[in-house]
Design a protein around this ligand. Sequence first.
Ligand code: F6R
Length: 579
Amino acid sequence: MCGIVGYIGYRQAAPVLLDCLKQLEYRGYDSYGVATRSDGISIYKKKGNVSNILPDASALQGICGIGHTRWATHGIPSDINAHPHLDCKGRIVVVHNGIIENYAVLKRDLISRGHTFRSETDTEVIPHLLEDAYEGNLLEAMSRIVEKLEGSYAILAISEDDNCIVAARNQSPLVLGIGDNELFAASDITPLLEYTNRVIYLEDGDIAEIHPDTHMIYQGSIIQDRQVQEIQWTPDTVQKGGFAHFMLKEIYEQPDVINRAIHSLTPQSLPSFFRDTRSITVVACGSSYHAGFIFRYLIESTCGIPVRVELGSEYKYNSIPFGDLIIGISQSGETADTLSAIKKGNCNNVPTIAITNVLNSTITRHADATILMQAGPEISVAATKSFIAQLGILLQVVNLLSGNACDAILSHAGFAIKKVLQLELGEAVHLCSSANHIFFVGRGSFYPVMMEGALKMKEISYIHAEAYAAGEIKHGPFSLLSSETPVVAICMPGPAYAVMLGNLKEMKARGTPIIAIGSKDDTELYELVDVLIPLEVEHLYLQILTSTVILQLLAYHTATNLGREIDKPRNLAKSVTVE
Ligand code: F6R
């Protein structure tokens, strides 16, 4: 969480920094700030969203500067707690993404030695430590203080007296963008695409001194030679392209995304760990966890490999079965809880596979093998196309492990999704928009599909939405059902159909409005429910994919109907880098 950016070159830094911060807002958006260096250090910082920039911020002078967009961890969102943070004399200024775990001890010590703190943040210890360590060279000061910092950090610092930016990285992403006579640093590549496609990913322990035409990267006192990589993503991929919101654009990209994800995995590129394992544990959070949960149903029934699906945040409390394989699923590749699960695997000599969307993200450095989802950058905080890409990869794993039995089915995935994008959901949206609580129910692999549907609904519409395995509803939640609590259900022909239909009848008997995704020819279901959203596909895999897309659209249109902030839901950030 939090996005940082630095610029040094020939342009005025403040407008560049603000422009980049807008692209980083998905990482946090409760306050923002920039600092530039010319005759001295100038700062502008403010509570609120960087998209509502006031003119003073872009008027800061200087061709070197740093910026930050915040997701508050220590201290409320406020002007004072916004980054950048200064030392006592106002000569050194810092932005930081991550958490300094031992900040309280450091702060007490600094205060006892006469330092004055202005904010409640953990970050503010960094400029004060730099102030103490500074002997005329910012890079050397940074090298001295990082040894004192415990926790995660990507830090950018500038000072009145050094004509450079100094960067340090430990467990928080940081990338350098190499331009012509200008250099950038940022939490990820998306803000840089407008300026350059040549990047260097910094590693944990790196400290870099950045000038317009050169950069030096050190581990301790040893200079590192890091490879410049050319990024294929273009600036268009991070624009809305005529859609009202990134979320809608990303939903509409899914026919292509699913095809790319499926084709990215071949018998040759499938990590061999899959074929050798006795069991699998999937670790993930949020939507990625739901993708893992769906995978469990499919691989167990098709290949007979037992699968556990664990929340990243809970995995540290579990034991690892003998002969296991850990799969960490993470769109961002930076989710702290998922990373800690992968590291636990590393410590126990268990093979690990990362499924991620972000090349060179932290998870790729810790996992033994990586599968890239190829979804392209996802800007909207709510995961949509990355979830579909995860499903694409996982369905292809099942397909490859079962001797390509589903090649023909999977080749229809993009087309099937394209068709449901045209569905009319007005009545269902109307029912959901007036509700305070919505239940999402399904059976078998549709249960986690519904978990994802409920998550999408609650995170962007702010309506309380809960998913239940349909059979569980009678064991308590039934008491909540009434004419005020719509139920969204999947009731497709198949082994669970009869019992699912029975469950829906029981709910209907309590006056509950029902929106069902079902076969378009199912007259019994049509007569029972209030709204039938017709699905025409027959294969389970295609039903999972298409019903997922329907539920994304239901959440999206309900939230727009209610006038919600779609791409940046309150209190959320796209990349959750704290445990
Ligand atoms: C929901 C959503 C989150 C993420 C979760 C894990 O729409 O986006 O629930 O799925 O924070 O993130 P990653 O996949 O980056 O590890």
